[in-house]
Design a protein around this ligand. Structure first.
Ligand code: PHE
Length: 349
């Protein structure tokens, strides 16, 4: 037993001795300015699980006289490794600083910063315009139920008006759908607030449409709603006039009679783009006019559905197509560009 133990101790001593030599050789060789290599060196030798820690662990098993012999060389070596590590770090720092001093006339390292998506910029521009005249911004869910997206907005059950907007239904629950317009937020807000109401609601909407240059299954709208005592169509026209003038300057625009189940009377607003360029012709289908929003006086049935007395209150609503406005202002005729996220396109804004 004695013998085996003694052999083991001798073996350990030999092993430690060899390790010390190996470490000595390899730390003498290290010479780098790469900060990553310097860090690696530190971890490999001086870290918690580094070579020195391991060495001290086996060292504990030695006999006292051996400890005396070897302890000193291990300690010395560790000191050396520490010195090398801090010297390398210091050199690295000074060369880095010298590098800066030498090059201080050269341009700095440029970094790529992100920017707003054009649709997002457009959305904020429009919000700012309406907030300036007292509208507040609220948001609603993109997954909606039938009540908020259709029924409360005066779309009767099984009525063909529901086909105006091809809807994505949620398979597991036929009462749920992806909202086809932001008008659903009108209902959500009016259910919980009493007039006067002045809200704006931006967001994504979804329609089951083929993806082409002019239509997409997902796009953005900004809904507006004003309900108060004595609100008239004149107020609506004045608000739209303000909006178009602020955004486009003095362009020609027109109100065209239209139909929406939740407004009566209803209109669509077209802006005149002209027919000067190929792009004008293609975005306006050769007419020169581009439709940018739907609007109208809130239908009394809608007010009744949210317990607001239509005898006392009236209101107007509008729904602006953000892509449409962006199309006009940026002259980008293919809506797909906005959603492809091609960096070459996005970089231009
Ligand atoms: N929700 C309508 C649409 O998506 C737009 C609209 C909003 C019309 C508000 C009138 C009033 O086409």
């Amino acid at each position: 037993m004695q013998n085996i133990f003694f052999h083991y101790i001798l073996y350990m001593q030999e092993k430690i001795f060899r390790e010390i030599e190996e470490i000595r050789k390899s730390i003498q060789k290290i010479n780098t300015k790469d900060i990553k290599e310097i860090e690696e060196f530190h971890v490999k030798y001086l870290g918690k699980k580094g070579k020195f820690s391991k060495l001290f662990k086996s060292f504990r098993k030695l006999l006292p006289y051996q400890k005396k012999q070897l302890g000193e060389s291990i300690n010395q070596l560790k000191k050396q490794a520490k010195e090398i590590s801090s010297k390398l770090k210091e050199e690295k720092v000074t060369t880095f600083q010298e590098g800066i001093l030498e090059d201080f006339t050269k341009p700095g390292i440029s970094c790529i910063i992100g920017r707003r998506h054009p649709i997002s910029t457009m959305k904020h521009t429009i919000i700012n315009l309406f907030e300036a005249i007292g509208f507040i911004t609220v948001e609603g869910p993109e997954i909606e139920d039938d009540w908020h997206n259709f029924t409360a907005l005066n779309f009767p059950d099984h009525h063909p008006s529901r086909d105006m907007q091809d809807t994505f239904f949620i398979e597991k629950n036929p009462d749920l759908l992806l909202r086809t317009h932001t008008s659903s937020v009108q209902i959500r807000y009016m259910e919980n607030h009493r007039p006067p109401i002045r809200i704006l609601s931006p967001g994504r909407v979804y329609r089951n449409e083929a993806i082409t240059a002019r239509s997409h299954c997902m796009f953005h709208q900004i809904e507006g709603l004003y309900v108060n005592k004595g609100v008239s169509f004149t107020n609506l026209k004045q608000t739209i006039h303000y909006f178009i003038n602020e955004l486009f300057g003095s362009v020609r625009y027109r109100f065209r009679p239209s139909y929406f189940p939740f407004t009566e009377p209803s209109a669509e607003v077209d802006v005149y783009c002209g027919l000067e360029s190929e792009i004008d012709r293609s975005i306006t289908k050769g007419t020169g006019w581009l439709e940018v929003m739907g609007c109208g006086m809130v239908d009394p049935h809608v007010l009744q559905n949210v317990d607001i007395d239509p005898e006392n209150f009236s209101g107007f609503a509008f729904g602006i197509g953000i892509e449409r406005i962006a199309l006009l202002l940026y002259k980008i005729e293919d809506i797909r560009f906005y959603f492809d996220n091609d960096i070459r396109f996005l970089k231009q804004f």
